[in-house]
Design a protein around this ligand. Sequence first.
Ligand code: GLV
Ligand code: MG
Length: 350
Amino acid sequence: MPASQSAKDFFRPLAVGAPTPLTEIPFRPSRAIHFFDPSNPKMAAKIPAMVGTVDVLLGNLEDAVKADNKVAAREGLVRIGQETEGLGGGGPTQLWTRINSLDSPWALDDLTTLVPAIGDRLDVVMVPKVQGAEDIHYVDRLLAQLEARAGLDRPILVHAILETARGVANVEEICGASPRMQGLSLGPADLAADRRMKTTRVGGGHPGYLVRQDPPIDELGVAQVEAARATHQQDLWHYTIARMVDACAMHGIYPYYGPFGDIADTVACEDQFRNAFLLGCVGTWSLHPKQIAIANRVFSPSVEDVAHARRVAAAMGDGTGAVMLDGKMEDDASLKQCLVMVELAEQLAA
Ligand code: GLV
Ligand code: MG
Protein backbone atom coordinates (compact mmCIF):
# COMPACT_ATOMS: atom_id res chain seq x y z
CA MET A 1 0.00 0.00 0.00
CA PRO A 2 1.56 3.41 -0.90
CA ALA A 3 2.56 5.46 2.16
CA SER A 4 -0.09 8.05 1.43
CA GLN A 5 -2.89 5.45 1.27
CA SER A 6 -4.43 4.74 4.64
CA ALA A 7 -6.11 1.50 5.65
CA LYS A 8 -9.33 3.51 5.66
CA ASP A 9 -8.86 4.28 1.96
CA PHE A 10 -8.08 0.66 1.27
CA PHE A 11 -11.28 -0.54 2.90
CA ARG A 12 -13.39 2.27 1.43
CA PRO A 13 -17.04 1.38 2.13
CA LEU A 14 -19.20 0.39 -0.80
CA ALA A 15 -21.43 3.32 -1.68
CA VAL A 16 -24.27 2.77 -4.10
CA GLY A 17 -25.35 5.91 -5.95
CA ALA A 18 -22.86 8.26 -4.27
CA PRO A 19 -19.91 10.15 -5.75
CA THR A 20 -16.47 9.30 -4.37
CA PRO A 21 -16.25 11.04 -0.99
CA LEU A 22 -13.87 13.92 -1.30
CA THR A 23 -11.86 14.48 1.74
CA GLU A 24 -11.24 14.70 5.43
CA ILE A 25 -10.32 18.35 4.90
CA PRO A 26 -13.64 20.05 5.68
CA PHE A 27 -15.22 21.89 2.78
CA ARG A 28 -15.24 25.64 3.21
CA PRO A 29 -16.28 27.90 0.35
CA SER A 30 -13.16 29.21 -1.35
CA ARG A 31 -14.40 30.29 -4.77
CA ALA A 32 -12.30 33.47 -4.75
CA ILE A 33 -8.95 33.70 -2.97
CA HIS A 34 -8.47 37.45 -3.04
CA PHE A 35 -4.82 38.53 -2.88
CA PHE A 36 -3.72 41.69 -1.08
CA ASP A 37 -0.33 43.15 -0.25
CA PRO A 38 -0.24 43.77 3.52
CA SER A 39 2.65 46.23 3.08
CA ASN A 40 0.42 48.50 1.00
CA PRO A 41 -1.50 50.77 3.42
CA LYS A 42 -4.21 51.60 0.86
CA MET A 43 -4.94 47.91 0.26
CA ALA A 44 -4.71 47.04 3.95
CA ALA A 45 -7.23 49.75 4.84
CA LYS A 46 -9.84 48.11 2.59
CA ILE A 47 -9.60 44.67 4.23
CA PRO A 48 -12.08 45.09 7.15
CA ALA A 49 -14.87 46.11 4.74
CA MET A 50 -14.19 43.07 2.55
CA VAL A 51 -14.81 40.55 5.34
CA GLY A 52 -18.02 38.68 4.56
CA THR A 53 -17.94 39.71 0.87
CA VAL A 54 -15.35 37.16 -0.26
CA ASP A 55 -14.63 33.56 0.75
CA VAL A 56 -10.86 33.98 1.30
CA LEU A 57 -8.57 36.96 1.89
CA LEU A 58 -4.91 36.11 1.31
CA GLY A 59 -2.09 38.27 2.63
CA ASN A 60 0.59 37.87 -0.01
CA LEU A 61 4.21 37.94 1.14
CA GLU A 62 5.85 36.48 -1.99
CA ASP A 63 6.15 37.72 -5.59
CA ALA A 64 4.62 41.16 -6.25
CA VAL A 65 5.88 42.33 -2.82
CA LYS A 66 9.18 44.19 -3.19
CA ALA A 67 12.19 42.72 -1.39
CA ASP A 68 12.49 45.90 0.69
CA ASN A 69 8.88 45.49 1.84
CA LYS A 70 9.02 41.85 3.00
CA VAL A 71 9.23 42.72 6.70
CA ALA A 72 6.54 45.39 6.39
CA ALA A 73 4.25 42.90 4.61
CA ARG A 74 4.73 40.31 7.36
CA GLU A 75 4.09 42.88 10.09
CA GLY A 76 1.12 44.31 8.21
CA LEU A 77 -0.42 40.84 7.98
CA VAL A 78 0.05 40.27 11.71
CA ARG A 79 -1.73 43.55 12.42
CA ILE A 80 -4.58 42.75 10.04
CA GLY A 81 -4.95 39.23 11.46
CA GLN A 82 -5.05 40.52 15.03
CA GLU A 83 -7.33 43.48 14.45
CA THR A 84 -9.84 42.43 11.76
CA GLU A 85 -13.13 41.20 13.13
CA GLY A 86 -14.50 38.06 11.41
CA LEU A 87 -11.33 37.30 9.46
CA GLY A 88 -10.00 33.73 9.78
CA GLY A 89 -10.31 31.15 12.53
CA GLY A 90 -13.92 30.18 11.71
CA GLY A 91 -15.11 33.69 10.74
CA PRO A 92 -17.15 34.33 7.60
CA THR A 93 -14.01 34.98 5.52
CA GLN A 94 -10.98 32.70 5.74
CA LEU A 95 -7.51 34.16 6.26
CA TRP A 96 -4.76 32.64 4.13
CA THR A 97 -1.22 33.75 3.44
CA ARG A 98 1.25 33.06 0.65
CA ILE A 99 4.66 32.79 2.28
CA ASN A 100 7.90 33.31 0.41
CA SER A 101 9.38 30.33 -1.39
CA LEU A 102 11.49 27.87 0.57
CA ASP A 103 14.63 28.78 -1.40
CA SER A 104 14.32 32.45 -0.40
CA PRO A 105 15.83 34.10 2.70
CA TRP A 106 12.34 35.00 4.02
CA ALA A 107 10.24 31.81 4.30
CA LEU A 108 11.49 30.75 7.75
CA ASP A 109 10.84 34.19 9.26
CA ASP A 110 7.42 34.28 7.62
CA LEU A 111 6.33 31.16 9.48
CA THR A 112 8.08 31.83 12.77
CA THR A 113 6.52 35.31 12.87
CA LEU A 114 3.00 34.49 11.71
CA VAL A 115 2.21 31.31 13.65
CA PRO A 116 2.84 32.66 17.18
CA ALA A 117 1.17 35.98 16.37
CA ILE A 118 -1.90 34.97 14.33
CA GLY A 119 -1.79 31.15 14.16
CA ASP A 120 -5.28 31.00 15.69
CA ARG A 121 -6.63 33.10 12.78
CA LEU A 122 -4.58 31.66 9.93
CA ASP A 123 -6.53 28.97 8.08
CA VAL A 124 -4.18 28.05 5.23
CA VAL A 125 -0.54 28.67 4.32
CA MET A 126 0.05 28.73 0.58
CA VAL A 127 3.55 27.53 -0.31
CA PRO A 128 4.88 28.69 -3.68
CA LYS A 129 7.19 26.85 -6.09
CA VAL A 130 6.72 23.46 -4.42
CA GLN A 131 9.01 20.95 -6.10
CA GLY A 132 8.21 17.71 -4.30
CA ALA A 133 6.98 16.06 -1.10
CA GLU A 134 10.14 17.18 0.74
CA ASP A 135 8.98 20.82 0.62
CA ILE A 136 5.64 19.93 2.17
CA HIS A 137 7.35 17.74 4.83
CA TYR A 138 9.52 20.70 5.83
CA VAL A 139 6.58 23.09 6.19
CA ASP A 140 4.50 20.41 7.94
CA ARG A 141 7.18 19.76 10.59
CA LEU A 142 7.86 23.41 11.14
CA LEU A 143 4.16 24.18 11.53
CA ALA A 144 3.76 21.30 13.99
CA GLN A 145 6.53 22.71 16.21
CA LEU A 146 5.28 26.27 16.00
CA GLU A 147 1.69 25.23 16.68
CA ALA A 148 2.74 23.19 19.72
CA ARG A 149 4.79 26.08 21.09
CA ALA A 150 1.88 28.48 20.54
CA GLY A 151 -0.62 26.06 22.12
CA LEU A 152 -2.85 26.06 19.04
CA ASP A 153 -5.63 23.51 19.05
CA ARG A 154 -6.33 23.28 15.33
CA PRO A 155 -3.87 22.56 12.51
CA ILE A 156 -3.01 25.22 9.96
CA LEU A 157 -3.57 23.71 6.52
CA VAL A 158 -1.13 23.79 3.60
CA HIS A 159 -1.80 24.66 -0.04
CA ALA A 160 0.86 24.20 -2.72
CA ILE A 161 1.29 26.24 -5.89
CA LEU A 162 2.19 24.10 -8.88
CA GLU A 163 4.55 26.32 -10.81
CA THR A 164 7.66 24.38 -11.70
CA ALA A 165 8.13 21.53 -14.18
CA ARG A 166 9.45 19.38 -11.33
CA GLY A 167 6.42 20.21 -9.21
CA VAL A 168 4.13 19.11 -12.03
CA ALA A 169 6.09 15.87 -12.42
CA ASN A 170 5.70 15.23 -8.67
CA VAL A 171 2.12 16.40 -8.34
CA GLU A 172 0.72 13.16 -6.88
CA GLU A 173 3.35 12.89 -4.13
CA ILE A 174 2.88 16.59 -3.29
CA CYS A 175 -0.87 16.12 -2.80
CA GLY A 176 -0.33 13.13 -0.52
CA ALA A 177 2.65 14.53 1.43
CA SER A 178 0.76 15.58 4.58
CA PRO A 179 -2.72 15.34 6.09
CA ARG A 180 -2.51 19.14 6.20
CA MET A 181 -2.70 19.35 2.42
CA GLN A 182 -5.77 21.41 1.59
CA GLY A 183 -5.29 21.95 -2.13
CA LEU A 184 -3.25 23.00 -5.13
CA SER A 185 -3.25 26.09 -7.33
CA LEU A 186 -1.86 26.53 -10.80
CA GLY A 187 0.92 29.16 -11.03
CA PRO A 188 0.91 29.82 -14.79
CA ALA A 189 3.45 32.66 -14.81
CA ASP A 190 6.25 30.89 -12.96
CA LEU A 191 5.38 27.61 -14.65
CA ALA A 192 5.60 29.19 -18.12
CA ALA A 193 9.03 30.60 -17.26
CA ASP A 194 10.28 27.34 -15.74
CA ARG A 195 9.16 25.36 -18.78
CA ARG A 196 10.58 28.03 -21.13
CA MET A 197 7.16 28.45 -22.71
CA LYS A 198 7.04 31.43 -25.07
CA THR A 199 4.20 33.39 -23.53
CA THR A 200 4.55 36.53 -21.43
CA ARG A 201 0.94 36.48 -20.19
CA VAL A 202 -0.12 35.66 -16.63
CA GLY A 203 -2.57 32.81 -17.22
CA GLY A 204 -5.27 32.66 -19.85
CA GLY A 205 -5.09 31.65 -23.48
CA HIS A 206 -2.82 32.85 -26.27
CA PRO A 207 -3.85 33.75 -29.84
CA GLY A 208 -0.82 31.92 -31.20
CA TYR A 209 -1.82 28.62 -29.59
CA LEU A 210 -4.50 27.49 -32.00
CA VAL A 211 -5.73 24.84 -34.36
CA ARG A 212 -6.73 25.71 -37.90
CA GLN A 213 -9.68 24.20 -39.67
CA ASP A 214 -9.02 22.41 -42.96
CA PRO A 215 -9.65 24.63 -46.03
CA PRO A 216 -13.18 24.36 -47.40
CA ILE A 217 -13.27 22.37 -50.64
CA ASP A 218 -15.34 23.72 -53.55
CA GLU A 219 -17.59 21.61 -55.78
CA LEU A 220 -14.62 20.85 -58.09
CA GLY A 221 -12.59 19.58 -55.14
CA VAL A 222 -10.30 22.63 -55.06
CA ALA A 223 -9.17 24.00 -51.68
CA GLN A 224 -10.47 27.51 -51.04
CA VAL A 225 -8.50 30.60 -50.03
CA GLU A 226 -6.65 30.74 -46.73
CA ALA A 227 -8.87 33.57 -45.45
CA ALA A 228 -11.87 31.25 -45.34
CA ARG A 229 -10.21 28.92 -42.80
CA ALA A 230 -11.38 29.30 -39.24
CA THR A 231 -8.98 29.07 -36.31
CA HIS A 232 -9.76 28.08 -32.74
CA GLN A 233 -7.67 29.29 -29.83
CA GLN A 234 -6.64 26.49 -27.46
CA ASP A 235 -6.15 26.47 -23.71
CA LEU A 236 -2.45 26.50 -22.81
CA TRP A 237 -3.23 25.27 -19.30
CA HIS A 238 -5.55 22.37 -20.00
CA TYR A 239 -2.95 19.65 -19.47
CA THR A 240 -1.67 20.98 -16.17
CA ILE A 241 -5.11 21.70 -14.73
CA ALA A 242 -6.28 18.21 -15.69
CA ARG A 243 -3.24 16.67 -13.95
CA MET A 244 -3.86 18.79 -10.87
CA VAL A 245 -7.53 17.81 -10.74
CA ASP A 246 -6.73 14.09 -10.96
CA ALA A 247 -4.01 14.30 -8.30
CA CYS A 248 -6.25 16.29 -5.96
CA ALA A 249 -9.23 13.95 -6.45
CA MET A 250 -7.00 10.95 -5.78
CA HIS A 251 -5.91 12.46 -2.46
CA GLY A 252 -9.20 14.08 -1.48
CA ILE A 253 -8.00 17.68 -1.62
CA TYR A 254 -9.12 20.72 -3.63
CA PRO A 255 -7.80 22.03 -6.98
CA TYR A 256 -7.84 25.73 -7.94
CA TYR A 257 -7.07 27.78 -11.01
CA GLY A 258 -4.55 30.56 -10.24
CA PRO A 259 -4.02 34.16 -11.37
CA PHE A 260 -5.55 35.76 -14.46
CA GLY A 261 -3.36 38.80 -15.04
CA ASP A 262 -5.33 40.71 -17.69
CA ILE A 263 -7.63 42.47 -15.23
CA ALA A 264 -9.37 44.48 -17.98
CA ASP A 265 -10.39 41.37 -19.96
CA THR A 266 -13.23 40.16 -17.76
CA VAL A 267 -14.71 38.04 -20.56
CA ALA A 268 -11.59 35.94 -21.12
CA CYS A 269 -11.11 35.76 -17.35
CA GLU A 270 -14.59 34.32 -16.93
CA ASP A 271 -13.99 31.80 -19.73
CA GLN A 272 -10.73 30.63 -18.15
CA PHE A 273 -12.32 30.32 -14.72
CA ARG A 274 -15.27 28.40 -16.20
CA ASN A 275 -12.98 25.93 -17.98
CA ALA A 276 -11.31 25.26 -14.64
CA PHE A 277 -14.68 24.85 -12.87
CA LEU A 278 -15.91 22.41 -15.52
CA LEU A 279 -12.71 20.38 -15.19
CA GLY A 280 -13.15 20.07 -11.40
CA CYS A 281 -11.58 23.12 -9.75
CA VAL A 282 -13.42 24.61 -6.75
CA GLY A 283 -12.06 28.15 -6.93
CA THR A 284 -9.46 30.55 -8.23
CA TRP A 285 -7.36 33.56 -7.31
CA SER A 286 -8.65 37.10 -7.51
CA LEU A 287 -6.12 39.85 -8.21
CA HIS A 288 -8.67 42.66 -8.38
CA PRO A 289 -12.04 43.13 -6.65
CA LYS A 290 -13.84 42.77 -9.99
CA GLN A 291 -12.54 39.20 -10.29
CA ILE A 292 -14.28 38.26 -7.00
CA ALA A 293 -17.75 38.58 -8.53
CA ILE A 294 -16.66 36.58 -11.57
CA ALA A 295 -15.24 33.79 -9.40
CA ASN A 296 -18.27 33.66 -7.11
CA ARG A 297 -20.55 33.34 -10.12
CA VAL A 298 -18.48 30.80 -12.04
CA PHE A 299 -17.58 28.50 -9.14
CA SER A 300 -21.19 28.16 -7.94
CA PRO A 301 -23.32 25.69 -9.89
CA SER A 302 -26.11 27.40 -11.83
CA VAL A 303 -29.72 27.20 -10.64
CA GLU A 304 -30.57 25.32 -13.85
CA ASP A 305 -27.81 22.75 -13.38
CA VAL A 306 -28.84 22.11 -9.78
CA ALA A 307 -32.53 21.80 -10.72
CA HIS A 308 -31.64 19.30 -13.44
CA ALA A 309 -29.41 17.36 -11.06
CA ARG A 310 -32.20 17.13 -8.48
CA ARG A 311 -34.62 15.92 -11.16
CA VAL A 312 -32.24 13.15 -12.16
CA ALA A 313 -31.74 12.19 -8.51
CA ALA A 314 -35.49 12.02 -7.97
CA ALA A 315 -36.02 9.96 -11.15
CA MET A 316 -33.25 7.53 -10.22
CA GLY A 317 -34.99 6.36 -7.05
CA ASP A 318 -32.63 3.94 -5.25
CA GLY A 319 -29.73 5.12 -7.44
CA THR A 320 -29.45 2.04 -9.64
CA GLY A 321 -30.62 1.21 -13.12
CA ALA A 322 -31.37 3.57 -15.99
CA VAL A 323 -34.11 6.08 -16.84
CA MET A 324 -34.86 8.31 -19.82
CA LEU A 325 -35.32 12.05 -19.10
CA ASP A 326 -35.89 14.54 -21.94
CA GLY A 327 -34.67 11.94 -24.42
CA LYS A 328 -31.39 11.37 -22.55
CA MET A 329 -30.21 8.27 -20.76
CA GLU A 330 -29.43 8.65 -17.05
CA ASP A 331 -27.92 5.87 -14.95
CA ASP A 332 -25.88 5.18 -11.79
CA ALA A 333 -22.89 7.09 -13.18
CA SER A 334 -24.75 10.17 -14.40
CA LEU A 335 -26.52 10.24 -11.02
CA LYS A 336 -23.09 10.53 -9.36
CA GLN A 337 -22.30 13.49 -11.62
CA CYS A 338 -25.57 15.09 -10.56
CA LEU A 339 -24.88 14.47 -6.87
CA VAL A 340 -21.55 16.30 -7.17
CA MET A 341 -23.52 19.33 -8.37
CA VAL A 342 -26.19 19.06 -5.64
CA GLU A 343 -23.59 18.52 -2.91
CA LEU A 344 -21.65 21.61 -3.98
CA ALA A 345 -24.81 23.73 -4.10
CA GLU A 346 -25.73 22.57 -0.58
CA GLN A 347 -22.22 23.18 0.76
CA LEU A 348 -22.18 26.69 -0.65
CA ALA A 349 -25.64 27.43 0.74
CA ALA A 350 -24.83 26.09 4.24
C1 GLV B 1 1.68 32.60 -9.61
O1 GLV B 1 2.32 32.61 -8.61
C2 GLV B 1 2.25 32.40 -10.90
O2 GLV B 1 3.48 32.27 -10.97
O3 GLV B 1 1.48 32.38 -11.88
MG1 MG C 1 4.39 32.31 -8.98
